[in-house]
Structures are given as structure tokens and as C-alpha cells.
Write a protein that binds this ligand. Structure first.
Ligand code: PLP
Length: 422
């Protein structure tokens, strides 16, 4: 382990906020052929989501056109307020990618989670000879399909938001669905899921344990399909589609990314699927002109530790006496995804960590600046533009990953906590 890595690791173990820069990241064009999945797979995922649009539109009219996508918002006020807070100028423009407003699931999990369930449903329906990819998929909401899917079960382990996304879409299609919730899962998320018709199984242990037990139970039932957040390529590809859509949104804003106008993207990271999939897509679309940074809580720095120690998914933050307890429930993960941690070292330009109290500060700053409501996990991405590459030209995007369904009384308390810190 070199000196730089050792000193960062030491700070991470001592729960200090760090800013790790990946010095070994290669030219993306040269390494992309080493991945098992390619650009065509992202396009395939995008096309699948397009096929499902008529169905989503019918089941969830709030999506308007059946494409679950979020706005990209330019923010000068937040940028100004960040500059005031940090007493420095941010040279580039600042945008917010508002996945906190993603319909159906209320978080970034609407991308990967819903995609994988739809793909599974498509496979079953095609195999039974009831669906052809040229059909209008809105027919999948008919009784005969509900009856078909009710013979199958879908299961997932979650800290909350993935469970919400899988639970809501699975139940809507007619599947039985078991959601194994870790101790971090908020009460309101469990309640909402039960209301939507999912089975919620609660654990006193952490996320990795909920996944393990969920996987074990599912394996005993041959009609059960386990959505494996620690290893799933489909989840990953569902997330990656965001990159293609983001490119369109930037084009519409007349923002063009090149060597002279690079893109900096800040992505909250739990097990790694969402930020990993999006970074994978972004690198395919923008090459080395996009710099992807992940952010983790100081108490759950699993991806950073996995990469620094080169132990990847074998790392557990508890082994370093880090407790994995954080208000950023979406990021409360002790071991990173096996699939993503191995890829991330080629995708991520850096990882920073953030203390919990800062999350409330940025949650409140965002509300005051732009009247946007996020959950604490999402607020972590706001720090990035203020302390990474702030003095370089280009375009910053803080990815706001969740918050739509957060009950107002709970949100108010968080907001007040942040208000005292500003
Ligand atoms: C799950 C989640 C993330 C991170 O996604 P991973 O795939 O776990 O890395 C970030 N923000 C929110 C709000 C989440 O729910």
C-alpha cells in the first residue's frame, strides 16, 4: 500500500472526512473493452424501458408519458449560498439532478429496481408465449397477466428505498413480493410498503445480513426471484440508462461537454449499484470528459475501504471498528457490491466522505435556496462542488437521490436540525 493510500485509510478509520483522488484511473476508451457489459447493453436497457412506457403510463399516470425520469435543474442560488458557506468561488455552473422527485418510487431506486422487475416480468410473459416484444405492453396490466405473475415471488433485501421501488412495482404487476428490511429502514417506508401490498420482513441486523437472509429464503422456492443488489447486472444497467437521458437534457440546456468544458458528477454511494451504473453510463457517453465522484458517510465508507484495501466486497467497515450507523439510511452499507466495487476503481475519479451533521446542513441549505426537498442521503452530494474541482471550469451536477415520499413531519425535524447549523 503506498503512502497516499495508507494516509487516506488512516483518516477513514478515524472517521475523519476525506477526499480520496483515484490516481490510477485510466483512459476509459482503452479499458472499456475489459468490461463484460458494453454500450449496446445500455441501449438494450433503454429500449426495454421504452417498450414498457405504455404500461407504466397506464399503471402510474403521474409519470405522464410512462418514462420515469427526473428534471435537471440549474441552480445559481444554491451555488451562491455554497460559495458563501465555504468562502470560495465555484468556477463552473451547478446543476441538480432531481431523482428525489422520481415518480413511482421517490428515489434513484426507481431506475435500477423497477428496470429489473420489468425485465423479469417480460421474460416470464415471453416464455409463456403471451407476449412479443412488438406488442403494446400496456396489455401486461390485464387480468390474465396479474394471474400469471401471482404465481411468482420477487424478493429483495434493502435499507428502505430499494425495497420501496421493488415492492411497489412488483405488487402493481401482481407478483408476490418479500422485502427484507435492515434495521436502518425507516418506519414510514415499511408502512408505505405494506399499504402497497408487499410483505415486509424486519431485521435487527444491517443491510448485508438482510440481503443474505432474503437470498437464502428465496433460494428455497423455485418460483422466487431474488433481486441481488450486491451482484445484479440488470440493476446496474437500469441505472446506467440515466446517462443517455442526461446527455439529452444537457443538450436541451445547450450545455456541451468536452475537454474544455468537463462534467463533474457527485453521486451518493451505498452498496454501489446506483452510482456505479450511472458512472458506467456516463463514461460511455462522455469518456474522460466526465469525472465521477462518489460520496459516503464517514460511518459507512464501504466502497472507499473496499477499493483502498483492495479487498472489495470482502471488506466490512465493522472490522475497522466503524459502526455503520448513519442518518443517511440509503447509504448505510457495511460491505460494497462485489460486482460494482471491482468495476468502480475504473469508473470513479474520487470518493469523499461526509459527516452526518453536514447532511442536515445541506438538506436545509437546499430547501432555503431552491425549495427542493431531499432526504439526508441525497444531501451528501451537495458538498462536492464546493470542495472538489471548485476552481476548475466546467459543469457540476449534484445527484439528489431521494426524498419525494419523506413525510412532512419527519422532514421538518431534519430541516430544523440543519437550520441550527447554518
Ligand atoms: C440507495 C440509495 C443510494 C445509493 O445507491 P446504492 O446502489 O446503494 O449505492 C443513494 N441515495 C439514496 C437516497 C438511496 O436510496
Amino acid at each position: 500500500m503506498d503512502l497516499y493510500t495508507r494516509s487516506i485509510l488512516n483518516d477513514v478509520i478515524n472517521l475523519r472526512q476525506v477526499n480520496w483522488i483515484n490516481k490510477r484511473i485510466d483512459n476509459f476508451d482503452e479499458i472499456k473493452d475489459n468490461f463484460d457489459i458494453k454500450y449496446e447493453d445500455i441501449i438494450d436497457a433503454k429500449n426495454r424501458l421504452d417498450r414498457f412506457a405504455p404500461l407504466i403510463k397506464k399503471m402510474f399516470p403521474e409519470t405522464n408519458d410512462g418514462i420515469i425520469e427526473s428534471p435537471l435543474v440549474k441552480t445559481d442560488t444554491l451555488k451562491y449560498n455554497l460559495e458563501e458557506q465555504h468562502k470560495r468561488k465555484i468556477k463552473g455552473e451547478l446543476f441538480l439532478k432531481c431523482d428525489n422527485y422520481l415518480k413511482v418510487a421517490g428515489s434513484i431506486k426507481a431506475r435500477g429496481g423497477i428496470y429489473e422487475v420489468l425485465k423479469h416480468a417480460e421474460e416470464i410473459a415471453i416464455e409463456k408465449g403471451l407476449l412479443n416484444i412488438n406488442d403494446n405492453y400496456s396489455k401486461l396490466s390485464n387480468k390474465e397477466f396479474k394471474k400469471l405473475f401471482s404465481q411468482y415471488k420477487i424478493a429483495v433485501g434493502s435499507t428502505g428505498n430499494l425495497g420501496l421501488s421493488i415492492g411497489i412495482i412488483s405488487a402493481a404487476l401482481g407478483f408476490n413480493v418479500d422485502v427484507h428490511m435492515s434495521r436502518d429502514a425507516k418506519e414510514w417506508k415499511k408502512k408505505l410498503l405494506r399499504k402497497k401490498g408487499a410483505n415486509v420482513i424486519e431485521y435487527k441486523e444491517d443491510y448485508n445480513k438482510a440481503v443474505k437472509e432474503g437470498r437464502r429464503q428465496c433460494d428455497l422456492n423455485e418460483n422466487c426471484y431474488f433481486i441481488d443488489d450486491e451482484n445484479s447486472l440488470d440493476l446496474f444497467l437500469g441505472y446506467s440508462v440515466a446517462a443517455i437521458r442526461l446527455k439529452d437534457q444537457l443538450d436541451q440546456e445547450k450545455v456541451f461537454i468536452d475537454e474544455d468544458n468537463p462534467l463533474y458528477v457527485y453521486l451518493p454511494c451505498g452498496v454501489g449499484g446506483a452510482p456505479g451504473g450511472i458512472a458506467f453510463g456516463l463514461k460511455h457517453v462522455f469518456g474522460d470528459n466526465v469525472k465521477c465522484y462518489f460520496v459516503e458517510p464517514t460511518h459507512s465508507p464501504c466502497m472507499l475501504m473496499g477499493i483502498l484495501t483492495e479487498k472489495y466486497d470482502k471488506v466490512n467497515v465493522n472490522d475497522f471498528n466503524i459502526d455503520n450507523i448513519t442518518e443517511a439510511d440509503g447509504l448505510a452499507v457495511a460491505s460494497p457490491s462485489k460486482l460494482v466495487s471491482h468495476m468502480a476503481k475504473y469508473l470513479v475519479n474520487g470518493i469523499y466522505t461526509i459527516e452526518d451533521f453536514q447532511l442536515f446542513k445541506y438538506l436545509t441549505l437546499l430547501k432555503l435556496s431552491e425549495d427542493i426537498k431531499v432526504e439526508p442521503s441525497a444531501a451528501s452530494s451537495i458538498l462536492g462542488p464546493a470542495f472538489l474541482d471548485f476552481n476548475k471550469k466546467g459543469v457540476h451536477i449534484s445527484w439528489l437521490t431521494g426524498g419525494l415520499f419523506l413525510p412532512d413531519d419527519i422532514y421538518e425535524k431534519m430541516y430544523s436540525k440543519g437550520k441550527e447549523l447554518i
